[in-house]
Write a protein of this length. Sequence first.
Length: 107
Amino acid sequence: MNHEFLIPANTKRGKLILGWFRPFDLLLFSCGLLVSFILLAFMPIGSTLVTILVLSPALITGFLVMPVPNYHNMLTVIIEIYNFLTKPQTYRWKGWCYKDGNTKPKK
């Protein structure tokens, strides 16, 4: 085999719970469900607006832990967008005319 190893594409999924969730994701979602269940037990459900407000913690946390292609979940996407927009971006040019920091043309 000449010491060549084939690494499966889904090696990171083996570290996740059920192949999709980190422990933090399940903790976040379970907290949202718990808050919704407590609100369901103590709030009088008389209108559609109250029902939506009572179920909103579970819906919001469910949206945050929802898997997304090319990212882990929506929470990761939101964090990446926030970091991109708030952190300074520096791009160093190393193209065909890169001259070790000297940008002045030779005479």
